[in-house]
Design a protein around this ligand. Structure first.
Ligand code: MOS
Length: 733
């Protein structure tokens, strides 16, 4: 498979979505469903002394009030990054201990949602409180070197050459600190579970990125064999890493449904999601860069303090990407984890890359100004084809072309170097900034079952999840092109543990894992069809061949893993465990790249920052579905604008928890905040990485946007702002 035409397929589920026909988990409106609501802890840390559920239980309509007293037969499913299935190791309501503000203390189930909510409000508790810490700098926050923790088994410090020596000897240096705040992804679909039991079998409907983790996590937590649990997730209304694993509520809802012999639904309100699902941890970065006078970067040191919870170590992998942006021979990354009293943070779109490239690419801009070199030219002069960390070649790397094409499209050559040198007629400050982004190339094992029928049907069942990114559209484009059928005839079943093992869909590996597998399934199908058609199948559709052969349908199954993965990887896949390969493979290294060019306009009086224009050029290997790919990049840029100018989860050290836990106060960009976003793709296949030549795109889209904006703000105003989000008050003289 090298050069197939993939048509610019329309979003195959677009019509269903706009007509409300795409059913999400919480859309299950059967009358027999009971409704649940959570009561949560109001202290920052401590222990429940008394829990009074009498008023809640007495409320008309309330069927059950579940507390830790009644859950002794349940155990934690463990933490995803420590061999388990949960977003954290701590399963709330298994003991009276309270690890963070907002931790659930009771689940109230009632005939109506109203009664459940009222019942939850009637649950009252008394507590013994302990001191707690919720910021990186708090007295009780405990800092550990990641390399000294059990994480060292799979996360290594990123080191090449002797960065400290090269930095000390460099003729031009930069040494700067950057800060990225805690942030929460806010998918429009709230986290929701519908649980029901039939003949001892548990069925879960939940929007998720990992149906298999929910399945095996529930089996572990409830002491069931996995064959007694099925998880169905045809759609998730946005995931962004928040729906990566077993959530805290799924087990509780399943227990309630078992006790009540009725299906139970819980939709977790947004304010509770801020406290009981993962989030982007706070991180502080110190970047040191050294260059010679010609502008060759000779040293980089990237040190990071990243927030984790008291009970888990959420890994930090910032230097893994900052070290792959440019060809710098001497690099030293160092990551420390800071334990605080919050729920365990997790993966949020470009989890490390966003903050890491903000720090690194702002520092590169500072270096460009120290050298008086154009920031695009400086990056081009430090391009490489070899990964300086592993000393292996990149399977593909077109960052230079991204920068060159973006510069032309943006009109970069007209940019004067000096800050504050561009003003509009009304005095508005104008600034132009650039930054690069990168994201690791990752692949997971995938099993696909493809069936064609004599009435023209094409059915693909595969491991993968649809969370709005368009996996069904990519599948339809790939299969339609291969089988010569219209993409809208392709029916794709994803996110369903009944049809194929469902590996976690995250890390921008979805298309690169699924498309090569289904393309191979299509090849296997074409071969099987050719065997059915004695006079050749070249001009016949699959349906015509089946009809002529008198066969109603034909099915093939294909399994595919990443280069270098052992056969045993399929056992891990079937067990719902992460089975990820990359970005370093045995003889190459894969990253996706992007270059962002940004114009900011800053009102001289109010210092309000606007972003009227962005040009983004991405190297994601071959583009399978131009429509959804373009949409991915636009979404990534919009999020980048939000992450740079709006979003921060505010904490109050006196109380713990997150203060702005709703969409009114957790400010995200609205339509009026977004101007023109032009997207271009290099679209050169990477056949070493996989047979379809596809690299990831979803996350690299937002990587570097923050730095490009901050660099543009510097160009507009002369102010270096190294703390996100950049706000009006930081720009007032
Ligand atoms: Mo993504 S943050 O790897 O779901």
């Amino acid at each position: 498979m090298t050069d197939l035409p993939f048509p610019d397929t329309l979003r195959v589920d677009a019509r269903d979505k706009v007509r409300g026909k795409a059913l999400f988990a919480a859309d299950d409106g059967r009358r027999e469903i009971l409704h649940a609501a959570l009561a949560v802890a109001t202290i920052g840390r401590g222990r429940i002394l008394t829990l009074d559920t009498r008023a809640a239980s007495a409320l008309p309509g309330v069927q059950l009030v579940l507390t830790h007293d009644a859950l002794s037969d349940v155990k934690s499913a463990g933490f995803l990054m420590a061999g388990g299935y949960g977003f954290q190791s701590l399963q709330p309501m298994l003991s009276p201990a309270i690890a963070y503000r907002g931790q659930p203390i009771a689940l109230v189930v009632a005939d109506t949602l109203e009664a459940a909510i009222e019942g939850a409000a009637l649950v009252s508790a008394t507590y013994a409180t302990d001191p707690f810490s919720v910021t990186l700098d708090a007295a009780g926050a405990e800092t550990v070197n990641q390399a000294d923790t059990p994480l060292k088994k799979f996360i290594h410090e990123v080191v090449a050459g002797d960065a400290d020596k090269a930095f000390a000897e460099a003729s031009v240096t930069v040494d700067a600190q950057f800060f990225s705040p805690p942030q929460h992804q806010n998918p429009i679909e709230l986290i929701a579970t519908v649980a029901e039991w039939n003949d001892g079998k548990l069925t879960i409907r939940e929007g998720t990125q990992s149906a298999e983790a929910i399945r095996h996590g529930l089996a572990t937590a409830l002491g069931l064999t996995p064959d007694r649990v099925e998880v169905i997730s045809p759609f998730a209304g946005g995931g962004f890493g928040q729906k990566n694993s077993l959530q805290m509520q799924t087990v509780l809802v399943a227990v309630a449904a078992r006790r009540l012999h009725r299906p139970v639904k819980l939709v977790v309100p947004r304010a509770q999601i801020f406290h009981d699902a993962s989030f982007r941890p706070a991180s502080r970065h110190r970047v040191r860069l050294g260059a010679d006078r010609s502008g060759r970067m000779v040293a980089a040191i990237h040190e990071v303090d990243a927030q984790t919870s008291r009970h888990d170590l959420f890994p930090a992998e910032y230097a893994a990407v900052s070290s792959r942006l440019h060809g710098i021979e001497n690099f030293r990354g160092h990551e420390r984890l800071v334990r605080t009293d919050v729920q365990t943070p997790g993966y949020m779109r470009a989890p490390f890359e966003h903050a890491a490239c903000f720090a690194m690419e702002c520092a590169v801009d500072e270096l460009a100004y120290s050298l008086d070199h154009d920031p695009v030219a400086l990056r081009l002069a430090n391009d490489t084809t070899i990964d300086s960390i592993s000393k292996q070649p990149f399977s593909s790397r077109h960052l230079a072309e991204c920068l060159q094409r973006g510069a032309v499209r943006f009109g970069w050559s007209k940019r004067p170097m000096a800050p504050r040198s561009m003003r509009a007629d009304d005095g508005t400050f104008i600034g132009w900034g650039v930054a690069a982004g990168a994201y690791p190339g990752l692949i997971v094992p995938t099993i696909a079952r493809l069936k064609v029928t004599d009435d023209g049907g094409v059915f693909i069942s595969v491991g993968g999840h649809e969370m709005g990114q368009g996996i069904r559209t990519a599948l339809a484009a790939a299969l339609g092109g291969k089988l010569g059928v219209s993409p809208d005839r392709v029916v794709a079943v994803v996110g369903d543990t009944r049809v194929a093992p469902q590996h976690l869909t995250a890390g921008s590996w979805g298309t690169a894992s699924v498309v090569p597998t289904v393309a191979e399934a299509a090849d296997a199908m074409l071969k099987a069809l050719a065997e059915l058609a004695p006079r050749g199948s070249a001009n016949q559709s699959p349906a015509q061949i089946l009809k002529a052969a008198g066969q109603p349908s034909l099915e093939v199954e294909v399994r595919k893993k990443a280069p270098g993965q052992p056969d045993g990887i399929y056992d891990r896949l079937a067990a719902g465990l992460p089975s990820i390969a990359g970005p370093v493979f045995s003889d190459f290294v894969t990253f996706s790249y992007i270059a962002h060019f940004v114009e900011v306009r800053i009102e001289p009086g109010t210092r309000r920052v606007r972003v009227p224009r962005v040009v983004s050029v991405a190297d994601c290997g071959r583009v399978i579905s131009p429509r959804t790919a373009t949409s991915q990049v636009r979404g990534g840029v919009v999020w980048g604008i939000g992450a740079t100018l709006r979003e921060a989860s505010e904490v109050d050290p006196r109380y713990g928890g997150f203060l702005n836990a709703d969409l009114a106060e957790y400010v995200v960009p609205v339509n009026a905040d977004i101007g023109s976003i032009e997207v271009e793709f290099i679209d050169k296949p990477d056949p070493k990485f996989n047979s379809a030549g596809v690299k990831g795109l979803g996350e690299v889209s937002m990587v570097g946007v923050a730095a490009a904006i901050a660099n543009a703000v510097f160009h507009a105003t002369g102010s270096r702002l190294r703390e996100l989000p950049i706000r009006i008050e930081h720009l007032l003289d």
